[in-house]
Design a protein around this ligand. Sequence first.
Ligand code: DAT
Ligand code: MG
Length: 140
Amino acid sequence: SETERTLVLVKPDGVTRQLTGEVLRRVEAKGYRIVALELRTADRDLLARHYAEHQGKPFFEPLVEFMLSGPIVAAVVEGQRVIEGFRSLAGTTDPTAAAPGTIRGDLGRDWGTAVVQNLVHGSDSPESAAREIGLWFPAL
Ligand code: DAT
Ligand code: MG
């Protein structure tokens, strides 16, 4: 298999809870390489593009509002099969159900909010990764 790149986001809940280092530590300890890294506050247009697949769903507006609620750490991470590998490190979407040992399973929980706050984003396919890296790091 060839080297892949994926987009990793530490979402506003992760940055606010000061878990950025913990997330990046796990990425690096797994042996993946951080090739781009930025702390930024997103805007609505970027988030609408990023989450285009979820437009029209009941959690879309709460999701965008949550992602606008504070700074995000965006990273491009590289390695063999890193797209699948980071999704595995992150754990399943619902942090209550996510397996212990994963970022979401160890560090996340249900806070009773309209959108699931689960600390991190990882691209879900090579097509998504290319599209999302283009949105967040157009110069790469
Ligand atoms: P993932 O982030 O695991 O790829 P996704 O792409 O299906 O999950 O959804 C994007 C985010 O939206 C997810 O991280 C949390 C939130 N979300 C997903 N499904 C939800 C639901 N049924 N209710 C509330 N929030 C949801
Ligand atoms: Mg997704």
